[in-house]
Design a protein around this ligand. Structure first.
Ligand code: NDP
Length: 252
């Protein structure tokens, strides 16, 4: 693939996300609390998470390392941030969920595998082949500093909020209860808010169009899901805090 084809693929990929956004706003993705049996064959939830997320990790590592670009100190940092996040998401997070009896439709896993194959490829290929490299001065660039701060803030919020939810599941025996503490005071889905901050920060710190595509896709995936979760909480708990928003504090 030459650079022209790569950039064309990126444009198509971002356009696809933008077209998909209103579709996702109008349907409820049937996994987790919204899981349904009328979306075809089902697979165990934990297995689903692992096979969905591993392609992103593998594709990123393969195309990062297989490309002709040398591994610069700065790209090594980007490599570590991406792979640490995905090692958690693909392996540690599914093992920590209490989801033994739960199922998800196979078709959801297939869609997610497709997303993760493309996302891992475009990001790994960018650093391994397309990028002109990053010299050490990039560490002092305002984009690296601001993006890095956003990334780590987002990662901390995402991990902490997922921890609160996993602990809640411990006490609610496969059921759901109202999460509290941290950013749950303001929004129903701080884990999604953290994830959005994380990849927006990554796009800024790498100044990479592939990471920008990833940030756009994260918003497109998670804002509709947060709105669905928020409606679900309100519909299922009469004492749900009325001032709480869905995913962006004080906004939506
Ligand atoms: P959820 O918030 O729906 O669930 C997270 C975990 O907590 C699940 O095990 C869930 O159980 C459990 N849980 C959630 N709410 C409660 C509650 N009120 N009481 C008890 N247990 C609860 O997140 P997702 O499963 O959708 O996503 C998991 C992670 O993956 C998140 O960090 C998210 O940011 C990330 N993600 C990223 C995407 C991207 O495009 N970058 C796309 C999708 C997810 P159960 O599954 O049984 O509902």
């Amino acid at each position: 693939m030459n650079n022209e084809q790569y950039y064309l693929l990126l444009k198509i990929w971002i356009a696809f996300a933008i077209i998909l956004f209103p579709v996702l706003l109008s349907i409820t993705a049937p996994y987790g609390r919204h899981s349904r049996k009328d979306w075809g064959p089902m697979i165990p939830n934990r297995l689903g998470w692992m096979i969905m997320e591993l392609p992103s990790l593998v594709m990123f590592i393969v195309f990062f390392l297989a490309g002709p670009n040398p591994v610069y100190f700065v790209t090594l940092i980007f490599f570590l941030l991406y792979t640490i996040h995905y090692s958690n998401r693909a392996i540690i997070f599914p093992l920590r969920t209490r989801t033994s009896q739960k199922l998800m439709p196979l078709i959801i896993a297939v869609f997610a595998i497709f997303f993760n194959l493309v996302n891992g490829f475009i990001n790994g290929y960018y650093f391994g082949t397309v990028s002109g490299g990053y010299d050490i001065e990039w560490l002092y660039d305002i984009r690296f500093i601001v993006g890095g701060l956003l990334f780590f803030m987002g990662m901390a919020i995402n991990l902490k909020s997922d921890n609160v939810l996993l602990a809640l599941r411990h006490s609610s025996r496969n059921g759901y209860s109202i999460p509290t503490g941290g950013l749950f005071k303001y929004i129903s889905c701080p884990n999604f808010f953290g994830e959005i901050l994380e990849w927006t920060g990554f796009a800024i710190m790498t100044w990479s169009p592939a990471a920008l595509a990833f940030a756009v896709w994260t918003i497109v995936n998670l804002v509709p899901r947060a709105l669905d979760h928020h409606r679900w909480y309100r519909g299922n708990f009469s004492d749900y805090p009325p001032e709480r928003k869905a995913v962006i504090p004080f906004v939506i």
